[in-house]
Ligand binder design. Structure first.
Ligand code: ADP
Length: 173
C-alpha cells in the first residue's frame, strides 16, 4: 500500500503550541510525519542551537508514534527525495502567511512536481502565535502560559537568564 510521508519544515526556534497543534493534526492525516529543522549555516543567528531545538521537539512529540524529528540543510525538495516524502506540510495562520507560502509552494512544485504542499490551519487560539513573538515575550519577561509547553517555557527562561549573565559579564569602560 502507498504510504504518505510528509515533511514539516521550519526553524522551530523554539517549537510553540501552534506548531504542536499542526503536528497533531498532520500525524492523523499522514502515515509518517517528519518534523525537519532547517539549518542555515550562513545565518547562525538562531536563538536556540540546533541541538536545543531538536531536543525540545523530540520531547514534545515523544508520544506521537508516527512523528520523527530530523534536521536538513539545502534544498527542501532534495531532502524530500532523500526521505521518499510525497508531501510538505505548512501552516497558514493569517492572510499574511499566504503570499509567501504560495510562492514557496509553487517554486517547490516547479523543482519537484511529485511533492505536494499541504496547508493546514491551526486552532484559532494559535493563529497569532509565532516563535518570534514568543522569543520577544520571553526577553521582556512576559507570560508564556498557553503559548508554549512548560518544558519549552523553562528553556526560554534559562536562555534569557544566560544571555543576561553573558551581557553583564562584558566589562564597560
Ligand atoms: P515561525 O513562523 O513561528 O518562526 P517556523 O519558521 O518554524 O515558524 O514555521 C514553520 C511552519 O509552521 C510554517 O509553515 C509556519 O506557517 C507554521 N507555523 C508557525 N507557527 C504556527 C502557528 N501558530 N500555527 C500554525 N502554523 C504555524
Amino acid at each position: 500500500m502507498r504510504q504518505i510521508i510528509a515533511i514539516y519544515p521550519g526553524s522551530f526556534d523554539p517549537v510553540t503550541n501552534g506548531h504542536l497543534d499542526l503536528i497533531r493534526r498532520g500525524c492523523q492525516l499522514f502515515d509518517q510525519l517528519i518534523v525537519a529543522i532547517a539549518r542555515n549555516p550562513e545565518k547562525e543567528s538562531s536563538f536556540f542551537t540546533l541541538d536545543e531545538r531538536m531536543a525540545m521537539l523530540q520531547a514534545m512529540t515523544a508520544e506521537l508514534e508516527n512523528v520523527m524529528v530530523d534536521a536538513f540543510e539545502g534544498l527542501l525538495m532534495n531532502y524530500c527525495i532523500e526521505k521518499r516524502a510525497n508531501a510538505v506540510l505548512r501552516g497558514i495562520r493569517a492572510v499574511s502567511d499566504y503570499e509567501f507560502e504560495l510562492q514557496m509552494a509553487l517554486m517547490n512544485r516547479k523543482i519537484e512536481p511529485s511533492v505536494e504542499t499541504v496547508f493546514m490551519m491551526p486552532g484559532e487560539k494559535y493563529s497569532y502565535l509565532s516563535s518570534r513573538i514568543v522569543r520577544e515575550i520571553a526577553l521582556l519577561g512576559g507570560p508564556l502560559t498557553g503559548l508554549v509547553p512548560e518544558f519549552v517555557e523553562k528553556q526560554l527562561r534559562r536562555k534569557v537568564a544566560e544571555r543576561r549573565a553573558a551581557a553583564d559579564a562584558i566589562p564597560t569602560k
